[in-house]
Design a protein around this ligand. Structure first.
Ligand code: NAP
Ligand code: MG
Length: 462
C-alpha cells in the first residue's frame, strides 16, 4: 500500500528526525503492507512549533472561512471515499462493505456537520452588560485509537479547526495509513500550513511526548482507560485542558414488554459490528428471567448467522487478549452458546462471534472491556435489579433500552448512569453529544458540545 515516509508538518511531508519505522500489518492475512516512520520527541516538537506558529492567523480567520475549509475537507473525503475504505480494510481488517458504510461514511457526515456548525455557531453572545466571546483554546494534541481510524481523527480535528484551534495528531500505530490519507485530504482542502500536523509513532514515545509538551494547550485522547488515566494526570499537573474518551461496558436492557427477537437480533449485531472493537458496544445483554432461555437461543442463532461475515481483530495482541477473556469466562462458569476461544482460521486474527449465557454481574466478562465479538447474557428479576446490574460497572459510555412503549424505555434510560442510550434501536445521530459518565471519560465529542470542548470564554463588561 501507498505510504509516506515522512511526517506532515507545516503543510509539507518532511523526513522524520530518526530512522525508526512502524511495520503496518494486514490483520486478515498477517502480511506487512507498508512502513511508516516512527516519530519521536523531536518530530513532536517540530509539529507543535508549526501548530503554534499557525495559531494566531487561524484563530483570527472568520468562522465562515473556517467553515469553507472544513466543507472542502468533507468534499475531498467524499471524492476519496473508496480509497479510504480500502485503506481501512487493509490495515484494520474490517470487511469492505462495513468500511465503505461506516469507516468512510461516518467521517463524511461528521465533517459535514462541523462545516455547518462552524458557520452557524454563536462565537459571541450578550449576557446582561457583558459580551462573552468563545475563543479557541489554542494548540490541540490529539491522540487517537485504531478501532474507527478515520472517525476518531475527524471527531477531534473537525471541531478543533471549526473552533480556530491548530492541531498535532498522533494516530494509533496500527492504523497510520488512514491518518496519512487524512493529512493528504486536509492539504487538498486548502487548510493553511501548520493548522494541522501529523506525527506517526508509538504511544509511549510520540504520544507521551505530545501529551507532555508544554506548547500543547489541550490534550484530546481516545483509547484505553489505563493510558487515559496517565494522560489525565500529566495534563492535571500542567493545568492543561484534557478530554478523555475511554472504554465502556454498556448494557442492552430488554424490558419484558419489548419485541424480544428484534432487541436480541439488533443487540448481537451491535456487538459483532467492527468485530466487537467499539467502545460503545452493548456487550452486556440484560434479559428478564421469564424470557431468558428464549433470548439465549435467539442470540446463539444470530451469532451463528454472523459467522464468516466478521472481520479479524486488529493485531496479534488483541487476538490473544480477547481469546484470553473468553477462556476466563468459561473458567468462571459462564456457558458458551456460540463461538469460543479457538481461532476459526489458520491465518489472520479472527475470533468467532461468541455468546455467553449464565453470566453473573460480577464475572470478569461482565465487568471488563473485552473489545472483541463477545456478548454476555445476564438475567434480571425485576426493573430495580436490571438497573442495579446496568449501572454496576466502573463505565458509563452508552447503552440501549427496549420496551413496548417509548415512555417506559425513556423512564428506565433516565435512571442509567451513562452518556448515550438508544431507545428501541434509535439511529446514530452525528450531532448528539458522545462521551462517558464515570470512568468512561471526561468531555463530549460531536455536535455543538464537541465544538465547545475546543473553546474557552472571555467576558467583556460594558
Ligand atoms: P491505547 O494504548 O490506549 O491506544 C490509544 C492511543 O494512545 C494510541 O494512539 C496509542 O499509541 C496511544 N498511547 C499509548 N500509550 C501512550 C502513552 N503512554 N502516552 C500517550 N499516548 C499513548 O489502546 P490500545 O493498546 O490500542 O488498546 C487497548 C485497549 O484499549 C483495548 O482492548 C480497548 O479495551 C481499549 N480501547 C478503547 C478505545 C475507545 O474507543 N475507547 C479504542 C481503542 C482501544 P499506540 O497505537 O502506539 O499504542
Ligand atoms: Mg497501545
Amino acid at each position: 500500500m501507498k505510504a509516506h515516509d515522512g511526517m506532515y508538518i507545516d503543510g509539507a511531508w518532511r523526513p522524520a528526525a530518526g530512522r525508526d519505522t512502524i511495520a503496518v500489518v494486514n490483520p486478515a492475512d498477517e502480511q506487512v503492507i507498508a512502513e511508516v516512520p516512527a516519530g519521536g520527541a523531536e518530530d513532536v516538537d517540530a509539529a507543535v512549533r508549526a501548530a503554534r506558529a499557525a495559531l494566531p492567523a487561524w484563530a483570527a480567520t472568520a468562522p465562515a472561512e473556517r467553515a469553507a475549509r472544513i466543507a472542502a475537507l468533507r468534499d475531498v473525503l467524499v471524492a476519496r471515499k473508496d480509497e479510504i475504505a480500502e485503506t481501512v480494510t487493509a490495515e484494520l481488517g474490517a470487511p469492505l462493505p462495513f468500511s465503505q458504510a461506516v469507516h468512510a461514511g461516518v467521517p463524511i457526515l461528521v465533517a459535514g456537520s462541523y462545516a455547518e456548525l462552524a458557520a452557524s455557531y454563536a462565537f459571541e453572545e450578550k449576557v446582561g452588560n457583558s459580551t462573552v466571546y468563545a475563543e479557541p483554546v489554542g494548540v490541540v494534541g490529539a491522540i487517537t485509537p485504531w478501532n474507527y481510524p478515520l472517525h476518531q481523527i475527524v471527531a477531534k480535528v473537525a471541531p478543533a479547526l471549526a473552533a480556530g484551534c491548530t492541531i498535532v495528531l498522533k494516530p494509533a500505530e496500527d492504523t497510520p495509513l488512514t491518518a496519512q490519507l487524512f493529512a493528504e485530504a486536509v492539504h487538498e482542502a486548502g487548510v493553511p500550513a501548520g493548522a494541522f500536523n501529523l506525527v506517526t509513532g508509538l504511544g509511549p514515545v510520540a504520544g507521551q511526548a505530545l501529551a507532555e509538551h508544554e506548547g500543547v494547550d489541550l490534550v484530546s485522547f481516545t483509547g484505553s482507560t489505563a493510558v487515559g488515566r496517565k494522560i489525565g494526570a500529566t495534563a492535571g499537573a500542567a493545568v492543561k485542558r484534557v478530554a478523555l474518551e475511554l472504554g465502556g461496558k454498556s448494557a442492552n436492557v430488554i424490558l419484558p414488554s419489548a419485541d424480544l427477537a428484534k432487541a436480541v437480533g439488533v443487540g448481537v449485531a451491535n456487538v459483532m459490528g467492527n468485530s466487537g472493537q467499539t467502545c460503545s458496544a452493548w456487550t452486556r445483554m440484560l434479559v428478564h428471567t421469564s424470557q431468558y432461555d428464549e433470548a439465549v437461543a435467539l442470540a446463539a442463532e444470530a451469532a451463528a448467522k454472523y459467522g464468516d461475515r466478521i472481520g479479524p481483530l486488529v493485531n496479534a495482541k488483541q487476538h490473544a487478549r480477547v481469546r484470553g477473556y473468553i477462556e476466563k469466562g468459561v473458567a468462571e462458569g459462564a456457558r458458551l452458546v456460540a463461538g469460543g476461544p479457538d481461532a476459526p482460521r489458520e491465518q489472520g486474527y479472527f475470533v468467532s462471534p461468541t455468546v455467553f449465557a449464565d453470566v453473573t454481574p460480577e464475572m470478569t466478562v461482565a465487568q471488563e472491556e473485552i473489545f472483541g465479538p463477545v456478548v454476555s447474557l445476564i438475567r434480571y428479576e425485576d426493573e430495580d435489579d436490571a438497573l442495579r446490574i446496568a449501572n454496576g460497572t466502573v463505565y458509563g459510555l452508552a447503552g440501549a433500552v427496549w420496551a413496548g412503549d417509548e415512555a417506559e424505555a425513556v423512564a428506565f434510560a433516565r435512571r442509567m448512569d451513562t452518556g448515550q442510550v438508544d431507545i428501541n434501536g434509535g439511529r446514530f445521530n452525528p450531532l448528539a453529544p458522545f462521551g462517558g459518565y464515570k470512568q468512561s471519560g471526561v468531555g463530549r465529542e460531536l455536535g455543538s458540545h464537541g465544538l465547545a470542548e475546543y473553546l474557552q470564554t472571555k467576558s467583556l463588561q460594558f
